[in-house]
Design a protein around this ligand. Structure first.
Ligand code: NCD
Ligand code: ZN
Length: 346
């Protein structure tokens, strides 16, 4: 059995780093194993202008451990007031790598998101013209749509119409959770990519709800039925360049998770690579782990793959902290529910 695995250094194409004390606590967790990450802009207030992105990037760089080799790839939060010229300038200057679309009210800190898609038409056309990717949180927000159907309905009602109306727009379907998402992404051609999280390869909705409610497994989009998890595992391990890793590692303090109305998000930055190696091993596709974590993402974003490498070794159960301490209180690390055997060499 293979017990050593060397990969090009991975990238995380969907990451929440937050700000302040939380940023200082979680940035090192990602920088330890990843060379780059697409940084989500859903701060309060959100990152909406090129100047906001520059200031946030500087705060991230200041929060990294000395000597860390990590590049944050910044995004803007698309609002109905986004200025196409400010966006184009920030993209041309290399300040931003993508723009994030949140339907208003879809998830944590998304109140400034888009309600009327006609209002962002000019911005989307500008993005298609300059080649700037749009990262999409793909869930409708209508309260009459069942939460487990919101991704599939979004594809039909919002995503497909936007893509048809804006030829050439490069889109990443973020954190897909359904077989409908896998199918749509598979057939979408070279201008469509899709990220898959670590946790959606591990849990289905039973993990959240059966035998007692598990707030640490609650995230958005919420985990679906087992058949969807299987479709996601097949897509992630297929080698199809459409699919790449976006952990959606989304730290919240335990105090904010363990509430009558707790926050959505799984914190996976600490043990993602160990979990993924195990998932790919279970699927008999360890040879495709590098495509998912280190090759397909840069290809979609038209960036070179990393030159460096990381090495994982298989052995006794890996020790990792069950929570990390922050000045705001502890953050629980995602527990896949079984011991992990792949360790990232320091
Ligand atoms: C994210 C967060 O906490 O910022 N939460 C989550 O459950 N994934 C927001 C998001 O990406 O939807
Ligand atoms: Zn996210």
């Amino acid at each position: 059995m293979t017990d050593t695995l060397t990969l090009r250094t991975p990238d995380d194409w969907h990451l929440h780093l937050r700000d302040g004390a939380m940023l200082r606590a979680v940035a090192p967790e990602t920088a330890r194993h990843f060379a780059r990450a697409i940084i989500m802009p859903n701060l309060v207030p959100p990152v909406v202008t090129g100047a906001d992105a520059a200031a946030y990037r500087d705060r991230i760089l200041a929060a990294l451990p000395k000597g860390a080799d990590f590049t944050p790839l910044m995004t803007l939060y698309l609002t109905e007031d986004t200025d196409p010229d400010d966006l184009a300038r920030a993209y041309a200057d290399g300040l931003i790598t993508a723009v994030k679309l949140y339907p208003a009210g879809a998830t944590t800190n998304s109140a400034s998101g888009v309600t009327n898609f006609d209002k962002v038409r000019a911005v989307l056309e500008k993005m298609a013209e300059i080649g700037c990717p749009l990262c999409v949180h793909g869930e409708v927000t209508d309260s009459e749509i069942d939460i487990f159907d919101r991704e599939a309905v979004f594809i039909d009602r919002v995503l497909d119409p936007i893509r048809r109306a804006t030829p050439g727009l490069r889109v990443v379907m973020e954190h897909i959770t359904t077989m409908q998402g896998v199918e749509y992404a598979t057939e979408g051609g070279p201008d469509l990519g899709a990220t898959i999280t670590t946790h959606h390869l591990v849990i289905n909705r039973n993990h959240i709800l059966a035998g007692g409610i598990k707030p640490h497994y609650y995230c958005l989009p919420v985990a679906k039925r087992e058949e969807h998890r299987i479709a996601l595992r097949r897509a992630a391990t297929s080698g199809d360049p459409t699919f790449f890793l976006g952990t959606d590692s989304a730290p919240h303090t335990d105090a904010n998770k363990l509430l009558p109305c707790g926050c959505a998000g799984c914190f996976t930055a600490t043990n993602t690579m160990s979990i993924l190696a195990q998932v790919f091993e279970e699927e008999g596709t360890l040879d495709r782990l590098e495509s998912f974590t280190s090759i397909n993402g840069p290809k979609f974003y038209r960036l070179p793959a990393n030159e460096g490498t990381i090495t994982l070794t298989r052995g006794d159960p890996v020790a990792y902290p069950s929570r990390i301490e922050t000045e705001d209180g502890p953050v629980t690390v995602f527990d896949p529910g079984y011991p992990l055997h792949w360790r990232v060499e320091p």
